[in-house]
Design a protein around this ligand. Structure first.
Ligand code: ADP
Length: 257
């Protein structure tokens, strides 16, 4: 999709990036970071130059999900800029690589830290920057969306009926900001055991989302022990098993962002 018209002045650090994709969810623990990381590595696997910005200051997941040799961001003292760390060719910035403990900060301060990390980074030429958004649709998320000219948003949710309301909130936030929601990822949809498929959270709310909000794409991700294990091991699933079913789903998602 074409980048929406951006009212503010484009921060210098973001001028060399072609597409900025927000991966968002309305609550924690639904698999947003899992989707952000695997989407980024899928795009990289398709030949794109990619970066990941982990904007979850309170609970950064990126340091667990990837394993770069250098686990600390470096500073360029002359330019007063941040040099991202890198793992398997993808550039990475996370508060978890800033060498500080868990953050205790108020909202406006968090927004300041996020904006500084994001806009003073030397990203270089990138085809895609994937932003792992903080969960929710509050002030921090809004500020971030106003600073950054987003190309598209992907919303991650789980199949419960209740989650439907969360998706609606997310869609509303992005539509107010004129950012197209290109896909919803319904995570932890089903699992297979004893030759049978189980839907622990029910079925059908995904297709309801597509109809009601006119979101062009819906992707299902199953509950998979390998997805959880790869999240903990620092090797994204799509890198560990590039021909598997999960990798296939992410390739389709990659095509639509
Ligand atoms: P969020 O970013 O929304 O808080 P995470 O991506 O960190 O969620 O996922 C929360 C936990 O659930 C992680 O340990 C992750 O590995 C695991 N997880 C996420 N999606 C799946 C899945 N489809 N199958 C198995 N485990 C998953």
């Amino acid at each position: 999709p074409a980048r929406p018209v951006f009212a503010g002045q484009l921060p210098a650090g973001l001028q060399t990036i072609s597409n900025i994709i927000a991966v968002s969810s309305c609550k924690g623990g639904v698999g947003k970071s899992t989707v952000a990381v695997n989407l980024a590595y899928t795009l990289a696997g398709m030949g794109a130059r990619v970066g990941i910005f982990d904007a979850d200051v309170y609970g950064p997941s990126l340091p667990t999900m990837v394993s770069p040799e250098n686990r600390l961001l470096e500073m360029n003292p002359e330019k007063r800029s941040i040099i991202p760390t890198e793992y398997l060719g993808v550039k990475l910035v996370s508060f978890g690589f800033a060498g500080q403990g868990r953050a205790i900060m108020r909202g406006p301060m968090v927004s300041g830290v996020i904006n500084q990390l994001l806009t003073t980074t030397e990203w270089g030429e990138l085809d895609y920057l994937v932003i792992d958004m903080p969960p929710g649709t509050g002030d921090i998320q809004l500020t971030l969306c106003q600073v950054v000219p987003l190309t598209a948003a992907v919303i991650v949710t789980t199949p419960q009926k209740l989650a439907f309301i969360d998706v609606a909130k997310g869609v509303r936030m992005f539509s107010k900001l004129k950012v197209p929601c290109v896909a919803v990822v319904e995570n932890m949809c089903h699992f297979d055991a004893d030759g049978k498929r189980y839907y622990p959270f029910g079925r059908g709310s995904g297709s309801q989302v597509v109809q009601q909000f006119g979101i062009p794409h819906l992707f299902d991700l199953p509950i998979r022990p390998t997805l959880s294990a790869s999240g903990d091991s620092g090797m994204p699933e799509v890198v560990a098993d590039p021909l598997g079913e999960i990798a296939q789903t992410f390739q389709n998602l990659g095509v639509c962002v």
